[in-house]
Write a protein that binds this ligand. Structure first.
Ligand SMILES: [Zn+2]
Length: 263
């Protein structure tokens, strides 16, 4: 699915899809039956057999200037760190090929945060998969990697550092004309999102389920700092007008605020 925004074309690429690893009520312990009812109405494709069915999505951004950017790198191949819980292998390489993009065409990879389902294809078989790209990785996540997931230091951070492709990102940053990385901390210490042409917010895991659109204050059990995550989510959902491009919802693009008004 593709959208055209200003001088950019943004394509949603689904690396994989599958069930969440625990009952959804465990992920959102404060959600009520009414929250779930409204969330399922808003995003019916995320509900399957009574459970949470996730997409693992990346976004390809192509600018008229010729720049090619990728936001997040999916769950990865058979040996990727996400293999313990996610349905590897993902199909991002085939999705990119279908879009006419070779790995070497990508000049910038933005990693929203250091969780295994967002970094899968960043490094394959010990080498950066996108051979000429710079990788913008949240600096605060790199600093916290031994606490977040020590294995990612060895299989992700170190190979990117060794080739000089690792760019620790600190706070807000313009990475191309109309493409801004914005700090949205809380899900992880340095979690970041991408704002495209002031119109499309590529959220990363600022929100992971439509129940957080119904009530942005709902805590998510897998946020590193739930209070900080809530502040980031509420701040952006309160002020953003345009489109939300999400990693895990059933629908990749959602007009925001919804016509019925803000939740
Ligand atoms: Zn995620």
């Amino acid at each position: 699915m593709t959208r055209r925004i200003g001088s950019a074309t943004i394509a949603a690429l689904t690396d994989a899809e599958g069930p969440f690893f625990s009952p959804r009520a465990d992920a959102f312990p404060a959600a009520t039956a009414e929250h779930w009812r409204r969330a399922d109405e808003l995003d019916p494709a995320a509900l399957r057999d009574g459970g949470w069915w996730l997409r693992f999505r990346c976004f390809l951004v192509r600018l008229d200037s010729g720049r090619t950017l990728l936001v997040d790198a999916g769950i990865g191949g058979l040996d990727a760190p996400a293999r313990t819980w996610a349905p590897v292998p993902g199909s991002l390489p085939a999705e990119l090929a279908a879009a006419g993009v070779a790995p070497g065409d990508v000049d910038t990879v933005v990693i929203t945060h250091l969780h295994t389902d967002h970094v899968g294809w960043a490094v394959e078989a010990g080498a950066p998969y996108f051979g000429t790209a710079r990788y913008l990785v949240p600096g605060a996540d790199i600093e916290a990697v031994s606490r977040l997931n020590p294995a990612l230091d060895r299989v992700l951070v170190e190979p990117l550092r060794a080739t000089g492709q690792l760019v620790p990102a600190e706070g807000d940053l313009d990475v191309a004309d109309g493409v801004r990385v914005v700090a949205t901390p809380g899900h992880t210490p340095g979690h970041q999102s991408v704002l495209l042409a002031d119109t499309v917010l590529l959220t990363g895991d600022l929100l992971v389920h439509a129940v957080q659109l119904v009530d942005p204050a709902l805590p998510y059990a897998h946020d590193d700092a739930p209070e900080r995550a809530r502040e980031s989510r509420q701040a952006w959902l309160n002020r953003h007008e345009g489109v939300l491009a999400t990693a895990h919802l059933g629908e990749p693009f959602l007009d925001w605020p919804m016509s019925a008004g803000r939740p």
